[in-house]
Design a protein around this ligand. Sequence first.
Ligand code: NAD
Length: 568
Amino acid sequence: MLSLCRQLIFVNPQKIHLRCIGSVVPVLNLKDYPLVNEPILSYRKGSKENSDLKNTLDEMARDCEEIPLIIGGKEITTEIVKYQVMPHNHQHKIAKYYYATPDLIRQAINVAVKTQREWEKVSFEKRLDIWWKAAELMATKYRQQLNAATMLGQGKTAIQAEIDSAAELVDFFKMNVYFVTEALKYKPISTNPKETLNSMRYRGMDGFVAAVSPFNFTAIGGNLSYTPALMGNSVLWKPSDTAILSNWWIYKICREAGVPEGVVNFVPAHGPDFGDTITASPYLSGINFTGSVPTYNRLWTQVGNNVNNYRNYPKLIGECGGKNFHFIHPTADVQSVVNSTIRSAFEYNGQKCSACSRMYVPESLWSKIKAGLLEIRNQLKMGDPRDFSVFLGAVIDGAAFKRISSYIKHAKNCSDLEIIGGGGYDDSRGYFVEPTIVQTKNPKDKMMTEEIFGPVLTLYVYKDSNLDETMKLVDSSTPYALTGAIFSQDDKWASRALEEFRYAAGNFYINDKSTGSVVGQQPFGGSRLSGTNDKAGGPHYALRWASPQSIKETFVHIREHDYEYMRS
Ligand code: NAD
């Protein structure tokens, strides 16, 4: 593969020894990959995808799949046995899996460190092909397995699963192939390439990368673990306990596509065991994390405490929580506000990091917006996502149920707060929390400032004359800055809000809901406590997982050590 062009052209043996332009750095033969989003299927009654998905759901629900740890391609089980259950029916087990012990995590680190050196020698052309093939398998042969596992295990409805475990997952794989291909075309400046040629190659990072993923997006699990792998790293992937089945399907599909053993090691574990073990290893080269602020802060602190022990400074990418807003201007279109807010606050039970959970409404529009929100809220059907008429399922687990219901209890007990819709919860069969709307007189109450991560929307009605003062609350009342939306038909005000809310959201929407970012269209992430804003789904993300090497190759022998002006 080396394009060696090593003839020496002796123009004058004493002066210039020129080789014809060429380089020892491999020249890549890159394909043209298209940049298109995966279409989202409709699942209309009578469609093929509707019956395929229902059949797959029935089949998967009958089974309790056994999921081993995979280290260097070897299947391993341990004595720490766990089960994944359906959130809407917590007696129904759908997967049996095992926790890795700290010893096994260390074993996985050793395998990953060894594998990394071999893996990064595999050409980019080959790696990109494997990733593309995996995406094709996800989009076709295994689309409904991914969707069914996401619906049964993580409680998503058909459309929410399709958006996540089909479209977004495929997009992450395919668009990273596209973005990496484009990045590889970059050539550093070579002012006189006949004498000196500059090039750059993207190496993997020496050591191993730990990918720690959340429960709420199947696609995020795939992106966190496989994007570093695409760049020549070996990875320990610790999936979330409550997303284990869908994540296991991703792992199996990638193996079928040709990702060699040991490149991504599938290591379910008790979170703190995993975090403590990886941060103690001198070979840690990066952590790719998505989840809550407390978990990320703990990992960051451990890395800081161990900083003198590492061979490299580990790269830390963390995408965390949000307290996302809808800010309504008096000129807003009421119907857009109502529909967008219902979707953003209650789809997938408000368990999207981008879900709207605080809203600022002008008094002049309040009666219409209130009527609209309550009318739709009262029609929302909650239940088993296998019933295609439900709008939302149950929240993910007992801990989430307890946390969310404690906020509802707070709303019931506090005189500043009034529950105007919903407020019920019941975990006797599944972890069900009604879509709940709370009105507050205090815009700084914890319902307006803390991440609840459930189907609870709190809103503050402001006097139209207090517009400017209310705008100040958006940026100042929470430590988060993930997503936010303004609704206005006054362009002048919208431009002002865009400036005023400059640092209040990494993903900003004008007359649209705060959720629903699409890979390649709205790269995602926020700053402040919402994370490092590395923009998954954007052109720079994959490059964060490379360790570039700059190479200068000179074809003329160096005959002088001094400079012309020094000579008499
Ligand atoms: P979580 O922090 O509870 O768990 C995330 C992952 O960390 C899980 O795999 C968990 O097992 C693991 N973990 C727990 N303790 C650990 C430790 N000490 N060391 C290492 N790993 C540990 O979060 P979650 O409940 O799965 O996800 C919900 C959170 O994720 C919300 O705060 C949400 O806003 C956030 N989120 C953010 C984004 C984003 O892009 N900004 C996307 C999705 C979710």
